[in-house]
Design a protein around this ligand. Sequence first.
Ligand code: SAM
Ligand code: SF4
Length: 334
Amino acid sequence: MTNSSPAKLIDRFGRTVDYLRISITDRCDFRCVYCMAEDMTFLPRNQILSLEEIYTLAQTFVELGVKKIRITGGEPLIRKGALELLHQIGVLNGLHELVLTTNGSQLVTAAPTLKAANVKRLNISLDTLNANKFKELTRTGDLKNVLNGIQAAKKEGFERIKLNAVILKNRNHTEVCDLVQFAIDNEIDISFIEEMPLGIVEKHNRAEAYYSSDEIRRDLEQRFTLIQSTEKTNAPSDYSDIPNTQTRVGFISPHSHNFCSTCNRVRLTVEGRLLLCLGNEHSIDLKTILRAPDFSSEKLKQAIINSMEIKPEKHEFNVKEQPVIFRYMNMTGG
Ligand code: SAM
Ligand code: SF4
């Protein structure tokens, strides 16, 4: 993981793309209410990229100047062979950071292997500390198992473990202070995410569930002092420090605060679609290029470079007119 490749992915607005998020499966052992329908149909095997194809794409993107790769899903750790794939990507020459987003369900056993695979940081989803609510929100998840997974990850000494919490009004919005206290006690970070309107989820009204980052911040300020962080990142997150703690609190606010002007990322779906924006359908089909009889790595690279021409300037989310985007978050690689 040395020697940076020069940036080759620059879009029409002068933004350099050096961050790739890869969804390595659309499947998941949870069914979070904001992410999936209860009864999901997942993709058949021949429609999804093989692990070898994912590796080829990761390698190509790194050759084109990508410095950070996030592996996500679905739940990435339930795909067979995921740990070996992480091992291979983790040593790509030119990649600075391999990171992972997980629901934590497999961490008790997977944490040591992830550390050995050069995974630098982990984002672990945790929306509530109440076991019953956890079951309601994830439909199938077990809170205790995830909490044990967080401890297993801490034991491995990952840098800056971060919790991701999607906050929904009247579901878990009263828990934001407890979640931050949990992060402080465990010396880890936490980000609060506004729900994004991806896919139709039955029995779940997104407009009603919307709880803004400003409301979360206001609630937290009743109990904690939040100092705006001066650290500049390209992340769509606005960070605050809590004095005398190790914890940083992030707010990811696609609705209330637009974060597109510094966007440096693209997403690869498990079907091999390169999505150029989370909130738009602009994409190119890399699977067809990979599987073409006359495949060449030069053609693949050129297609990726050309895709920069269609990266949209910004997303247009509107919770009141759902759905804006018909794909689900597990297909998108959130
Ligand atoms: N299964 C893994 C997990 O839950 O961390 C990785 C994939 S999941 C799609 C990635 C992140 O997207 C999670 O933090 C999840 O809470 C978030 N997410 C899923 N659906 C969302 C939505 N509609 N709006 C905002 N965030 C969402
Ligand atoms: Fe699975 Fe993550 Fe979606 Fe929850 S948010 S259903 S854990 S992919």
